[in-house]
Design a protein around this ligand. Structure first.
Ligand SMILES: Cc1cc2nc3c(=O)[nH]c(=O)nc-3n(C[C@H](O)[C@H](O)[C@H](O)COP(=O)(O)O)c2cc1C
Length: 368
């Protein structure tokens, strides 16, 4: 089991000083058009003390891929100077900086993007308030793939050390992989292999941009291993996807789990936590795994590192920005209040506090 302080150099040559990661967390601190605010720069600097790697909140690659007002955007060159300030803030804090890039697909609203939401197929997400999307045309699919490439170029110019392609948490890439949201019968859907075509095409396009980087630039991929819906992604599907991802020059995989010890909803994979099966599948692949979900203490962070090379810590870092430093220094006086109460103990910018309050009030509905 790696110790928190153990460095790790990724395939691209990007050197991480330790095994602690801040996972992507949207905190709605950007302006309405995605431009960066001073509060956001200060937020990232605060978050970057201690951890070796900070992944930003997700940034939309096209205007109709925007999930919320106040989220980051990498959809135009105009965003580069502001994004450069975020990358600088993370570097000043002492961590490497990765920009998470995404398209929200059907998990947004007409009110947010000013037009009907889009997805792989015209099927609404399950749950209250989700809108029925319009099925993307082939030309639009190709434009979105191109937009992921352009976003990667902008991340390089802005000085980031890498991008994380957001294939998790029910957003567009996940929607193409899921049999719930992808009912297409063309080359972009149908069989399990065809449901992988879009995620793999996005990655292929992203890799072509890496050549333009003059220093090590890492590419990661985040995925959700299972879905609760029927039809939905099962662990069997994800294990097949991992076999394809293993063939690519990825720097890391990042599994999105609400809790690191959670078990899957597949009969064949119900004995051990999902994370154990994933890590076993990756063994010998030289593809490090970042795992996340519910880490609030040293013991929990250590438990994650039994089945992953890197541990990501989200909520606890938000309410305790020096959590990573304490872990590394061997101090154990952690904030133990529930997240929804602890947020009031910090001076948070107003929109962030309101957003976290709302998130805490309906934790099960949040699919970030
Ligand atoms: C406020 C907040 C915003 C989040 N935003 C994102 C996001 O933009 N992209 C993403 O992939 N995950 C997002 N997540 C999920 C986290 O990356 C992480 O997987 C989740 O919070 C579980 O880890 P934790 O228990 O350590 O917080 C968000 C989580 C929180 C709490």
């Amino acid at each position: 089991m790696p110790n928190f302080n153990e460095p790790l150099t990724l395939k691209s040559g990007l050197a991480l000083k330790n095994r602690l990661v801040v996972p992507p967390m949207t905190v709605v601190l950007s302006f309405h058009d995605g431009a960066i605010t001073q509060e956001e720069v200060a937020h990232y600097k605060r978050l970057s003390q201690g951890s070796g790697l900070v992944i930003t909140g997700t940034a939309n690659v096209t205007p109709n891929g925007k999930g919320w007002p106040g989220e980051l955007s990498v959809a135009s060159d105009d965003m580069i100077p502001g994004l450069a300030r975020v990358a600088d803030a993370i570097h000043e804090g002492g961590a490497k900086a990765i920009l998470q890039i995404f398209h929200a697909g059907r998990m947004t609203s007409e009110k947010t993007i000013g037009e009907q939401v889009v997805s792989a197929s015209a099927v609404a997400a399950e749950g209250d308030g989700f809108e029925t999307p319009r099925e993307l045309t082939e030309a639009e699919i190709l434009e979105i793939i191109e937009a992921f490439g352009a976003a990667t170029r902008r991340a390089i110019v802005a000085g980031f050390d890498g991008v994380e392609v957001h294939g998790a948490n029910m957003y567009l890439i996940h929607q193409f992989f899921s049999p719930h949201s992808n009912r297409r019968t063309d080359k972009w859907g149908g069989s399990l292999a065809k449901r992988m075509v879009f995620p793999l095409a996005v990655l292929e396009r992203v890799f072509t941009e890496v050549k333009t980087a003059t220093s090590p630039f890492a590419i990661g991929y985040r995925f959700s291993p299972v879905e609760g819906t029927d039809p939905g992604i099962r662990l069997e599907d994800t294990l097949a996807l991992l076999e394809e991802l293993k063939k690519l020059p990825l720097d890391y995989l990042h599994v999105s789990l609400k809790h690191y010890a959670r078990k899957a909803n597949s009969e064949n994979y119900s004995e051990k936590p999902t994370l154990v099966y994933l890590h076993e599948a990756l063994s010998g692949s030289n593809l490090p795994l970042i795992a996340v979900g519910g880490v609030r203490t040293r013991a929990e962070a250590a438990a994650v590192l039994e089945n992953a090379e890197l541990v990501a810590i989200g909520q606890q870092n938000l309410v305790e920005p020096n959590f990573a430093e304490k872990l590394l220094a061997g101090q154990d006086d952690f904030v133990t209040k529930p997240f929804g109460e602890a947020i009031y103990d910090l001076e948070m910018p107003h929109p962030m506090l309101k957003y976290l309050e709302k998130r805490y009030a309906t934790p099960e509905k949040k699919v970030l």
